[in-house]
Design a protein around this ligand. Structure first.
Ligand SMILES: [Zn+2]
Length: 191
C-alpha cells in the first residue's frame, strides 16, 4: 500500500518517515470555562488528513495507530492512588467501530479502566463546521450511566469549541462524579 501522507510504498498506513514526523505528540492544554483541563496530543492540522479518513474501511486502524502513539504512552506514565474510569464521549458504533472507544481502550492500565457506553448522546447533530452559537443551542443531551462518586477521564477525538466536553463534564458533576480532566487526540483551536 501507499503511505497516506507522502504516497511512497509502505508496509503500514504511514511510512516510517511520516510516522516519525506526524506521530510525535505535540501536547497542548486548554482550560474550559468550568475549569476542566483538556489535554491534547496532536495539533489538528498535522493529523487532519488521518481523521478525515475515519469513515473509510481502515478507519479503525488509523485510530489504533494514533492511540498507540498518544493515549497508550500517557497511560503507561500515569498513576493514581485509586482506580479511575476512562469514559469515551458518545461511543456509538459507526462504520463498524467507535473511534472514541478505541482511544479509551488504549488507556487501560493498573490505574485506568475503560468504561464503554456510559455517556451517550441522545441527539445526533453534526457539530462539524458549525458555529459556537449552533453548538450551544443544540446540546448533545447525554445520558450518564456511571456509578456515583466515580472519578473519570473524559475521552474524545477532537476539541474544537470545547462545548461537548463542557456539557459532558457539567452533567457528571450533577451525578456526583468527578471529571479529573479530559484527553483528546487533537486540538483544533490552538489560539
Ligand atoms: Zn510517508
Amino acid at each position: 500500500m501507499r503511505c497516506l501522507h507522502c504516497g511512497t510504498w509502505a508496509f503500514k498506513l504511514l511510512c516510517p518517515v511520516c510516522q516519525k514526523q506526524l506521530l510525535t505528540p505535540k501536547p497542548s492544554q486548554r482550560v474550559l470555562l468550568n475549569g476542566l483541563k483538556v489535554n491534547s496530543f496532536f495539533a489538528y492540522d498535522d493529523i487532519a488528513f488521518l481523521l478525515h479518513a475515519k469513515h473509510k474501511v481502515y478507519g479503525s486502524f488509523i485510530f489504533e495507530l494514533l492511540a498507540k502513539h498518544s493515549f497508550e504512552i500517557f497511560a503507561k506514565t500515569f498513576h493514581f492512588p485509586e482506580k479511575i474510569l476512562a469514559v469515551p464521549i458518545d461511543d456509538r458504533i459507526k462504520d463498524g467501530y467507535s473511534h472514541t472507544a478505541i482511544l479509551a481502550k488504549a488507556l487501560k492500565s493498573d490505574s485506568i479502566k475503560p468504561r464503554y457506553k456510559a455517556l451517550q448522546a441522545t441527539t445526533s447533530y453534526s457539530y462539524s463546521g458549525q458555529s459556537l452559537a449552533f453548538r450551544k443551542s443544540h446540546p448533545r443531551r447525554f445520558v450518564c450511566k456511571l456509578p456515583k462518586n466515580s472519578k473519570v477521564i473524559l475521552v474524545d477525538d477532537l476539541i474544537t469549541s470545547g462545548q461537548t466536553l463542557l456539557e459532558a463534564s457539567e452533567l457528571l458533576k450533577k451525578f456526583q462524579i468527578t471529571p479529573l480532566f479530559a484527553l483528546t487526540l487533537a486540538n483544533a483551536n490552538l489560539n
